[in-house]
Design a protein around this ligand. Structure first.
Ligand SMILES: CC(C)(COP(=O)(O)OP(=O)(O)OC[C@H]1O[C@@H](n2cnc3c(N)ncnc32)[C@H](O)[C@@H]1OP(=O)(O)O)[C@@H](O)C(=O)NCCC(=O)NCCS
Length: 237
């Protein structure tokens, strides 16, 4: 179902966070000791799925601790991202040795956003585009904009460690290729105004999933088109 969300050098695993997941590793469990049952379930699902994805890359089952701000601390040499909604959890991981600097993934229910949220998170250009959609499509694409911004935010956070609002990125979709671009509307860390990052998306009847990988020279080696490559203007090391 998520084939094509990333290049093949990024492994993806997904599942239902309501299933009976095994306990996380003891060091990881410490961060959910006082959490409610639902949170424990989604956390354990994310860790188990991240390790399932790591195994696909022949990476051993190392712990993925949580920083104080909840950002996952990936084992040395790895980058990754985790996302969960009520009934879906996804983890994506890759190797730094493949030139990857960061990954961002987000899953959302394929439903309208709560009242007023779209207005808050969408920029004028995005609202103009949404205004051209019919009433049936618009709520889903509002949600997709949210989802795309969350992935891009998580991905850039792996490089900048910076928190910012939804007005900092403007999203534009290429529906023929199930890809999107997220353009910086402000300079954030090393990203310039106007710099564009590229991601992909998958839509099913129930879920929207977006994914972004930053700075992979493996993408250019594989001869991907420009829109398939993240961080086009990024000064790759
Ligand atoms: C951090 C944030 C992106 C998480 O999104 P969410 O929809 O609440 O939850 P998700 O299930 O998709 O993701 C949660 C996972 O993301 C990871 N995560 C948390 N903070 C993160 C961060 N700053 N960067 C990258 N990953 C992060 C964690 O793995 C977490 O799961 P875990 O605690 O079980 O390990 C969101 O809460 C947030 O703070 N957003 C900031 C504002 C924003 O998005 N701005 C958009 C700018 S355009």
């Amino acid at each position: 179902m998520l084939d094509g969300l990333f290049e093949p050098n990024i492994a993806v695993a997904y599942g239902d966070p309501r299933a009976n997941w095994p306990l996380a590793l003891p060091q990881e469990e410490a961060s959910i000791r006082h959490a409610v049952v639902k949170r424990q379930g989604e956390f354990r699902a994310g860790r188990a799925l991240a390790r399932e994805a790591m195994a696909k890359l022949d990476l051993g089952p190392a712990p993925i601790l949580s920083a104080e701000d909840r950002v996952p601390i990936w084992p040395d040499g790895m980058v990754g991202s985790i996302s969960h909604c009520d009934d879906f959890c996804v983890a994506a991981v890759g190797r730094r040795a493949d030139g990857l600097m960061a990954i961002g993934v987000d899953v959302e229910p394929a439903e309208a956003l709560p009242e007023g949220v779209a207005d808050e998170i969408c920029l004028a250009d995005e609202k103009i585009w949404l205004g051209k959609l019919d009433d049936r499509e618009r709520p889903i694409f509002e949600r997709l904009i949210f989802c795309a911004k969350e992935s891009a935010y998580k991905c850039q956070y792996g490089v900048t460690g910076q928190l910012f609002g939804f007005d900092a990125l403007c999203v534009h979709f290429d529906h023929a290729r199930f890809q999107y671009e997220a353009r910086f509307m402000r300079a954030i860390g090393p990203f310039r105004i106007g710099q564009t990052l590229f991601g992909r998306y998958v839509m099913t009847e129930k879920h929207l999933v977006t994914g972004m990988a930053l700075g992979s020279d493996a993408f250019s080696r594989a001869g991907q088109s420009e829109i398939g490559r993240s961080g086009r203007d990024w000064p790759l090391a």
